[in-house]
Design a protein around this ligand. Structure first.
Ligand code: SF4
Length: 437
């Protein structure tokens, strides 16, 4: 492994091209369809112990990242990953295979979405012209089968609408902000996604500074130009209602059957937790685990009457099993302890604020504590975001900065943030009491 094959920080790492982080090399594994057989999970746990520091992250795109890999261990790790069937032909094919599908896809017996996801991955890997897509450029297919991906932003997206032409084609954002480009069937998804990706590359190549995301290109040249090149047409905005971020924790009912979801605080897992998940999938489920973009794992098809035993088992292995757990209200990157750009212990500050965050917003992630303005841990909209600068913060409420942090003196320390959140929570409580009277 040469210096050139190890990515600079800020790029999108993979297995063939890991990224240097503070605790060693970071190896990101794009698990096709988010489906992980128990044996694969166990193999990864073993590989993490043998070649890394035994820690893993669940990413906001439903990927699994192995941490602390030693440079000299990399060739052996690559061999192991190849044996597990997790290796792409080359680094470029791996990097472009950035497709997120619903965690429940295929569990209802409809294979359309799983097959479309696999076909799109294959098209992205096989067509070398598409390898020029920026590392973070992503595709999403929402199967409409519970646990909506509606709030997960994506450059190109296909959201289930029902009917024959069942998917709404969208570009640039989450389901309610993406520009709607008409409807298509599941079989059309790989072709349309590839056409939109080519339009993105072609229009971007004519610019002095090509945008790295679809939203940037829409702002520069308009959705009409992108749609036209892809043989599509922007339609009127879709009328869909407010979307709530799903909570994939606990017993989840799905088509008269049940799955069990467990969370991981900040998405952090260790090798023992991976082994525990593999065991649970074999004993309680069908031997398979699904990864989600909400930093949670799902064991499909468990028996509802075993829910207490499953909950107790996962709790004993340090998973989040209670939907009311305040750790589900927060997201934070590794900050100073894991990233060279980090200057602040984001995770301990997030833990100090989680109860205030939860009392302000009862569902989904309420507070994102980011180690810097790159906001790696979460792209989705969040009610409160803190952006760290050497132990002080800019606070952003619903996407608007309330303290722009023009200089360090204006930035907030942890106590000041806590006071603001506490006051807001108190005021919200008072308002709801008054409304009830
Ligand atoms: S947001 Fe966090 S993980 Fe991303 S670059 Fe900044 S400090 Fe590093």
């Amino acid at each position: 492994m040469t210096r050139e094959t190890i990515l600079r920080k800020g790029w999108c790492p993979g297995a063939r091209r890991p990224m240097q982080a503070k605790d060693g090399l970071l190896v990101r594994l794009r698990m096709s369809g988010g489906v992980v057989p128990a044996a694969t999970m166990r193999g990864l746990a073993q590989a993490g112990r043998a070649h890394g520091n035994g820690l893993f992250d669940l990413s906001a795109r439903g990927n699994l990242q192995m941490r602390g890999v030693r440079g000299e261990s990399l060739p052996l790790l690559i061999e192991t990953l190849d044996g597990l069937g997790l290796l792409d032909e080359n680094a470029a094919a791996e990097a472009v295979r950035n497709v997120l599908v619903s965690p429940f896809a295929g569990l209802d017996g409809r294979d359309g979405v799983s097959n479309a996801g696999k076909a799109l991955e294959a098209a992205l890997a096989a067509n070398k012209d598409l390898h020029a897509l920026p590392g973070k450029f992503g595709f999403l297919i929402d199967a409409g089968s519970g646990l909506s991906l509606g709030l997960v932003p994506s450059d190109v997206r296909f959201d289930w609408t029902g009917g024959k032409q069942s998917f709404a084609i969208g570009i640039g954002g989450h389901a309610n902000e993406a520009i709607f480009l008409g409807l298509c069937g599941a079989d059309d998804i790989p072709n349309i996604a590839s056409r939109l990706a080519r339009a993105f590359l072609q229009l971007g190549s004519q610019m002095a500074e090509p945008p790295r995301r679809m939203r940037g290109l829409i702002e520069s040249c308009g959705a009409g130009a992108i749609a036209g090149l892809a043989g599509l047409r922007p339609g009127p905005p879709r009328k869909s209602g407010a979307i709530e971020e799903p909570c994939p924790v606990g017993l989840l009912r799905f088509n008269e059957r049940y799955c069990f979801g467990v969370g991981a605080a900040f998405g952090r897992l260790d090798a023992n937790m991976l082994d525990a998940a593999a065991w649970a999938a074999e004993i309680f489920g069908t031997g398979e685990i699904r990864l989600t973009p909400w930093r949670a794992l799902i064991v499909p098809f468990v028996h509802a009457e075993k829910a207490d035993a499953i909950r107790a088992y996962f709790a004993a292995h340090r998973f989040i099993v209670d939907r009311g757990d305040a750790r589900l209200a927060i997201a934070a990157c590794g900050g100073a302890s894991a990233c060279e750009r980090g200057t602040t212990d984001t995770r301990s500050d997030a833990l100090a604020l989680m109860f205030f965050a939860r009392s302000l917003c009862m569902t989904g992630v309420a507070l994102h504590v980011s180690g810097c303005a790159k906001i790696c841990a979460r792209q989705a909209a969040t009610p409160f975001t803190l952006i760290a600068h050497a132990g002080r913060y800019d606070l952003v409420v619903d996407g608007a900065a309330i303290d722009a942090g023009i200089n360090d003196a204006k930035r907030l320390d942890l106590a000041a943030v806590r006071e603001i959140l506490e006051t807001m929570a108190r005021n919200a409580r008072r308002r709801s009491e008054l409304e009830r009277q």
